[in-house]
Design a protein around this ligand. Structure first.
Ligand code: HEC
Length: 160
């Protein structure tokens, strides 16, 4: 991971405060401000709403990576989206029943997000900045596109 003064500067004051004023956390807990966040999801399926919360966290990680120009963070967030758990079969059945013929389009949104996340991993690995921005925008449009088209319809059904 690339560490330069842009990262040290904002860290300096909180760390200095902690050293001077004693630690806010347990003394036995070392402070690791720039430890990469890794997903702890190992399950294969997850209820859609929880899955979405995870996706939003992944997008936040990508955002942070973009603001700090940290390709590793972008790569990690994108990989986590690409490997997100599947929706449980019972929920898929409900979605299918509710959307009818529109279900194919719902799946298309999911595929676009998934495929583009894989492409974003590659763009980050290739240190391709304009590629990163382009893929990121496409993912975001996919998220919001599916929400705009289907969230209102599916929310009450999935809440049951
Ligand atoms: C294929 C459709 C689809 C795609 C793609 C999709 N979502 Fe969602 N999302 C939904 C639906 C449907 C809900 C409503 C779920 C519910 O309320 O039970 C939702 C809800 C959410 C929520 C609200 C969760 C909550 O606590 O109520 C967040 C946050 C979210 N999505 C983030 C994302 C992000 C980030 C992406 C893209 C990386 C994304 N979604 C892509 C369909 C989608």
């Amino acid at each position: 991971m690339r560490i330069d003064s842009r990262f040290w500067l904002p860290l300096f004051f909180p760390v200095a405060l902690l050293l001077i004023g004693g630690t806010l956390f347990s003394a036995t807990q070392p402070i690791k401000p720039r430890e990469p966040v890794t997903s702890s999801d190992t399950v294969d399926t997850k209820p859609l709403r929880l899955l979405m919360v995870g996706l939003a966290q992944d997008m936040a990680r990508i955002n942070t990576g973009i603001w700090h120009e940290e390709y590793d963070l972008i790569q990690q967030g994108a990989a986590s989206i690409a490997n997100h758990p599947k929706i449980p079969p019972a929920q898929i059945a409900k979605i299918k029943k509710t959307l009818g013929a529109e279900f194919q389009n719902f799946v298309r949104f999911d595929k676009t997000v998934h495929t583009t996340a894989t492409e974003l991993v590659s763009a980050a690995e290739a240190r391709n900045w304009s590629g990163v921005l382009k893929k990121y925008t496409r993912i975001r449009d996919g998220c919001v596109g599916c929400h705009t088209a289907y969230r209102d319809q599916l929310q009450p059904v999935l809440a049951k």
